[in-house]
Ligand binder design. Structure first.
Ligand code: SF4
Length: 384
């Protein structure tokens, strides 16, 4: 096929782990707010919402790459991977990433699309709906379209407008609530209130769109650990999101939260305190069927997954079993988890004697508990 240098489309830098296999369509660039104290994702990016025509041009280029890829699909639906690799090698440098993304997505079934970046619902619902319809027509194999949304903007969208977006093809919104406590929201400069989170969540669900909410244990610091748990519990119980995803707080150099920490205004929570926050949210879950998900390496217990309706006892038991362990064992696990050697306390038994002895030496080498929290925070912060 003739090579055309300009057949490229924009690809943003961020997507949730659950969208790892999704086709990425950039609808906006950066974040409208850009002031959350823990975040530096789009710090140097000036926000821009692309026009419907510009986004459609990107979709057209995705279709072009899909046609290139489909030359290597066999009659039985299987793929000639060597042929695809050859086509990839013949791609110009600029379009290689685009071809790879589309081909990889099609080989995986071509079902899910994630709209980037930080806050796509700032597009008027009419413009977004126009793009969604165009995208679905271009790729009839699509089963799910998801997007990020900031609660403060989402709260301005009515249930009727969300229903229109659902009809146009938007299936799920991911929103970083982080906390449901007004005191913590203020402390991290989230620019939203718990009441707005509730309005946004209820409207999204009333419009028939799935809602995936992110919760950040530890983001209030030791100063507001109880408020973080209790406020989040109240918002979750009021909204009943489809998913509650844990994103453990990490204080990273270069952020406003790091400055607060250096200035003594923010004290790091221990891993136990963060788990107790999660435990409180689980224990207080009432009248909701939200699914708890722990799908990021920064979370201590990856196995914390289940329904807040049917699996409460199992989830609480998992936390209590960990909390009851001797301190040195907990430290060994914390370090092993942050070194990506294990995903659960049970896996500690699989480590070699030498690895276990090294971890024990490391765990016992730090006397001051807060010095240990600093070490753990530094390890977590490497992953974000
Ligand atoms: S709204 Fe999201 S992307 Fe924007 S600054 Fe806050 S956390 Fe970062």
């Amino acid at each position: 096929m003739e090579f055309m240098e300009d057949k490229v489309f924009r690809i943003g830098p961020i997507r949730p782990p659950s969208e790892a296999d999704s086709l990425l369509l950039q609808v906006t660039n950066g974040c409208t707010w850009n002031k959350c104290k823990f975040c530096q994702l789009y710090r140097h990016t000036k926000f821009k919402a692309y026009s419907a025509d510009s986004i459609k041009a990107d979709i057209d280029n995705m279709v072009y790459h899909a046609e290139r890829a489909r030359q290597y699909q066999n009659a039985d639906g299987s793929w000639d991977i060597d042929g695809l690799n050859g086509e990839l090698a013949r791609s110009g440098a600029a379009e290689r990433e685009c071809f790879y993304m589309v081909a990889n997505w099609l080989v995986g079934g071509g079902e899910n699309v994630f709209l980037q970046d930080g806050n796509t619902t700032v597009l008027s619902s009419g413009r977004l709906a126009d793009v969604l319809v165009y995208l679905r027509q271009a790729f009839p194999s699509i089963k799910r379209i998801t997007s990020y949304g900031r609660a403060q903007n989402l709260a301005k969208v009515s249930a009727e407008e969300f229903a229109e977006l659902k009809a146009a093809g938007l299936d799920r919104i991911h929103s970083g609530y982080e906390t449901g406590s007004d005191a913590v929201l203020k402390k991290i400069n989230k620019g939203v209130t718990a009441a707005e989170e509730i309005t946004a969540g209820r409207n999204i669900k009333a419009g028939g769109i799935e809602l995936s909410v992110y919760f950040m244990p530890g983001v209030g610091g030791k100063e507001l650990t109880a408020e973080n748990a209790l406020g989040t519990s109240e918002v979750i119980n009021a909204v009943n999101p489809d998913f509650l995803r844990i994103r453990t707080a990490a204080v990273k150099p270069g952020t406003g939260l790091y400055e607060d920490y250096v200035n003594g205004e923010f004290t790091l929570c221990s891993d136990d305190e963060k788990l107790i926050e999660i435990r409180t949210v689980i224990e207080r879950a009432s009248g909701i069927d939200t699914r708890l998900v722990s799908d990021h390496i920064i979370n201590l217990l990856q196995g914390l997954k289940g329904s807040l309706k049917d699996d409460k006892e199992k989830l609480l038991a998992m936390i209590d079993e960990y909390l009851a362990k001797p301190e040195v064992e907990k430290r060994m696990y914390q370090a092993a988890r942050r070194m990506a050697r294990v995903v659960s306390p049970k896996e500690m038994g699989r480590l070699s004697e030498r690895e276990a002895a090294e971890l024990k030496r490391f765990a016992e080498s730090v006397q001051d508990p807060y010095e240990w929290e600093i070490k753990m925070n530094d390890m977590i912060a490497r992953y974000i």
